[in-house]
Ligand binder design. Structure first.
Ligand SMILES: [Cu+2]
Length: 225
């Protein structure tokens, strides 16, 4: 979620300069929920990467990655794709995280939830592994005061402080629907589809914790001074 990302130095396939000392192993966080599967980046560099997969939904999900093309696919010998690179997480209960270290050759990989028909319901996507992928995730763009972006099954920023009398607007950038629902009651948005917004004015000082009613793992707080 809002944890600081250590800038990671992925190892190029053909090193022409010594690899920079890595500040830590490359990680790719992937959020799962109803009904989307959201990697923090659409492309990573070839090599070692630890997939950090979190279920932010309300039901069990499971992560699966399969090579579609490229080096992860060892076919080409007439036997089809039977030996293509493929991996699965265990089934993850709501709130659970799995860490899967893997070495990914360049190529295109299909990522999806393997539970029931969750892939057809929207929990699928593509991950590109290529040499010219950005080395680390872009920092979240600065948002205007009083604005919260909903992305990757997270509220960004997760904690926001505004002056009494000001409004806060939430915008859903996810393919999955979300809500903005006060934990203690008092206000809730409707289900917000991609691109939809919800605005609420906070008249009095206080601390207002909220969640997504569809994905209770998603938490945020507005502090009004
Ligand atoms: Cu699922």
């Amino acid at each position: 979620m809002a944890t600081a990302t250590a800038a990671t130095a992925a190892t190029p396939a053909v090193a022409t300069t010594p690899a920079k000392p890595a500040s830590g192993p490359a990680e790719l966080r992937i959020a799962m929920g109803e009904w989307a599967l959201v990697p923090e980046r659409r492309a990573v560099r070839p090599g070692r990467v630890t997939l950090v997969i979190t279920n932010r939904g309300k039901v069990e999900h499971g992560f699966e990655l399969k090579a579609e093309s490229g080096g992860g696919r060892h076919g080409g010998d007439g036997h089809g794709g039977d030996d293509r690179l493929e991996l699965e997480s265990r089934v993850l209960a709501p709130g659970e995280t799995a860490r899967i270290p893997v070495t990914l050759p360049a190529g295109v990989y299909e990522i999806e939830c393997f539970v029931a028909d969750h892939d057809d319901r929207g929990m699928h996507g593509l991950l590109e592994v290529r040499d010219d992928a950005p080395a680390s995730s872009p920092r979240p763009r600065r948002v205007a005061t009083g604005a919260v972006r909903i992305e990757g099954f997270a509220f960004q920023p997760r904690s926001l402080t505004v002056a009494a009398g000001k409004s806060v607007t939430w915008t859903n950038a996810d393919a999955a629907a979300h809500t903005v629902t006060a934990s203690a009651g008092g206000f809730s948005s409707d289900q917000l589809g991609r691109g939809q917004r919800f605005t609420r004015r906070f008249a009095r000082a206080g601390r207002f914790a909220y969640i997504c009613a569809l994905h209770p793992e998603m938490r945020g707080v507005v502090t009004v001074r």
